[in-house]
Design a protein. Structure first.
Length: 466
């Protein structure tokens, strides 16, 4: 019995069958015969012809790029290099991170269902690594778990992975060797497999979410931090350095959102109700699609969000409000409602130019940073930043914009500038008097402490019974 036959008997074949069932269910009436190669084919058997490049909408990796390949005897050959990279999160914050081929995240690997891929991985780090192909159905020995499915790739060595793509969907790659360090340092990438049948998608965006502990004044992320991260990123960039998602009105847009951070992120989209159409398990049958405006993308998950673009500038962001902020001091005393004027004078004797922050909220902080009055420590970013057409945006971290216009050419991804709302569709000021109008306001009578005691029978019992 051949090894392939054995694998098939052990259930590898049934996994591939399940994948093909899913693919059929995704679009049953139009494409009843999805031709997925049989899992028990010998490795040398010719694969059915793949779709040529250009017959699908290429993925647009925000701030990123797609790895070119060489076609060698029908096999798509890619070459990843694990290495240290100089990375800019946003102007003003640069760090030595780890990634692939000069960037974090690494370049997106893009292929088509039915392709056979050969991926060389060269290790230019100072420690061993591997690459795990997250969500891809493949033979056990190609799964990339160091010490389990393969020997580690030592510094200077190159390993080769080779497998056939028997599915389509939004997938990822990352090390499965000293993961705590290597992922924290930025090693990750997207692995997108297009389906064999044509999809009605006009724009196809993808990004990976991550968190970083880049302490102020330091130049390397701290991998030991578990919760108090400083930077929250889409494709290793923070707002306002994250590219906008551009579309023409009426186009169908997909956003593939992957999460290799240490937190779950509720991803919220303004302007539309999107459909969640799949994840790293592939495209879901239509009956499973869900209509949402916020979708939690859990750690290690990918979600595909699809919508029809409507004109405007719309926010796309994580709804954990600390995740749409730049670096912030953790565990600092809360100063909201505290008059700090006397303290401010005292501190200014030691730190000229010091300005107490936060009596009426944090908005003031963003304003001072924008004016250059609060430079902050070296190599760090403001907590709230970004200048919009109508004032400061007061954001940071996992925040970007979907910019939809009526007059864009297909495939034009250039930032179209700010949206101008028609006057009748624009919220506007009609008074500057706090007493304007007679809005109904509720006055709540507070309960006096003595009444609390009397109203509490247990308290009364304690009082009388001693
Ligand atoms: Cu978040």
């Amino acid at each position: 019995m051949s090894r392939r036959h054995l694998l098939s008997r052990l259930g590898w074949g049934s996994a591939a069958l399940a994948a093909s069932g899913l693919a059929r269910a995704a679009d049953p009436p139009a494409h009843p015969h999805t031709s997925i190669p049989k899992a028990d084919e010998p490795a040398s058997a010719p694969l059915p012809p793949s779709r040529p490049d250009g017959s699908y909408t290429p993925v647009r990796t925000l701030n990123g790029w797609t790895l070119p390949y060489k076609l060698v005897n029908g096999v798509k050959e890619f070459h990843l290099v694990a290495e240290e990279v100089e990375h800019e999160f946003a102007p003003g914050s640069v760090a030595k991170c780890w990634g692939y081929n000069g960037s974090t995240p690494g370049p997106t690997i893009e292929a088509v269902e039915g392709d056979r891929v050969r991926i060389y991985v060269t290790n230019r780090l100072g420690e061993p690594t591997t690459v795990h192909w997250h969500g891809i159905l493949l033979p056990s020995g190609m799964d990339g778990v160091g010490g389990l499915s393969q020997r580690h790739i030592q510094p200077g060595e190159t390993y080769v992975y080779e497998f056939s793509l028997r599915q389509h969907g939004s997938h990822m790659y990352h090390p499965h060797a000293d993961e705590m360090t290597q992922i924290a340092m930025g090693m990750m990438g997207l692995f997108i497999v297009h389906p064999r049948q044509r999809e009605a998608i006009d724009r196809d965006y993808a990004f990976l979410m991550h968190n970083w502990a880049l302490h102020p004044g330091t130049s390397r992320p701290d991998p030991s931090v578990m919760q108090n991260f400083d930077l929250w990123t889409f494709n290793s960039k923070t707002f306002p350095a994250i590219e906008p998602l551009v579309a023409r009105s009426g186009e169908r847009v997909r956003v593939r959102v992957g999460n290799l951070s240490m937190w779950n992120h509720p991803i919220h989209m303004h302007g539309v109700r999107f459909e969640v159409t799949g994840g790293d398990g592939g495209r879901w049958p239509r009956a499973q699609w869900r209509r949402e405006v916020t979708e939690i993308v859990g750690v290690g998950q990918v979600r595909d969000l699809e919508f029809v673009a409507v004109p405007g500038d719309w926010a796309l962001h994580c709804h954990m409000s600390h995740h749409t902020m730049g670096p912030m001091g953790h565990e600092i005393p809360n100063a909201i409602g505290v008059d700090q004027s006397g303290v401010e004078d005292e501190i200014r004797k030691l730190l000229p130019g010091y300005m107490a922050m936060g009596k009426d909220g944090m908005s003031e902080h963003g304003g001072h940073v924008a004016m250059g009055m609060l430079p902050g420590p070296d190599n760090t970013l403001p907590m709230m930043t970004g200048e919009g057409p109508l004032g400061p945006l007061e954001m940071g971290g996992m925040f970007t914009l979907i910019k939809v216009r009526d007059d864009l050419a297909p495939g034009d991804y250039r930032d179209p500038g700010w949206y101008r709302s028609p006057a009748r569709e624009q919220a506007r000021r009609i008074s500057s008097d706090p007493d304007f109008g007679s809005p109904v306001r509720r006055t709540v009578a507070l309960t006096a402490p003595a009444e609390v005691l009397q109203a509490d029978p247990h308290a009364a019992h304690r009082r009388h019974g001693g």
